[in-house]
Design a protein around this ligand. Structure first.
Ligand SMILES: Cc1cc2nc3c(=O)[nH]c(=O)nc-3n(C[C@H](O)[C@H](O)[C@H](O)COP(=O)(O)O)c2cc1C
Length: 93
């Protein structure tokens, strides 16, 4: 465990600043159509501010009929792009 605070570099060029990773945790905070909510944005960016090298969202559904639970994040339509981009930028910053 001596490398926990060392960067982790992937061959694709992506790099994590440490090896702490937030596991996907069901937060049931997305809107009913899968769009990101402000509560979800704040919850996940607060985790990133805590210093995780990688902050994962909950499991997300990739088509409307694939929703696993109410409040699940969606990744299948143009309507999701704004929230997902905002979330990725917020976590990165
Ligand atoms: C409350 C809760 C919600 C979870 N939600 C998800 C989820 O949305 N997607 C997923 O892939 N795993 C989910 N998991 C599984 C966790 O991401 C993780 O894999 C599991 O807790 C085992 O972690 P560990 O290997 O560090 O012990 C959830 C676990 C818990 C306790």
């Amino acid at each position: 465990m001596k490398d926990l605070f060392q960067p982790l570099n992937f061959s694709c060029g992506v790099s994590l600043k440490n090896r702490f990773m937030l596991a996907p945790l069901t937060n049931t905070q997305s809107h009913t159509d899968g769009r990101l909510s402000d509560d979800e944005y704040h919850w996940l960016t607060m985790r990133a501010e805590g210093g995780f090298g990688l902050t994962m969202t909950c499991a997300a559904h990739v088509q409307a009929v694939g929703q696993g639970f109410p409040g699940q994040l969606g990744v299948f339509g143009d309507e999701h792009l704004e929230g997902l981009s905002r979330l990725a930028n917020g976590i990165k910053s």
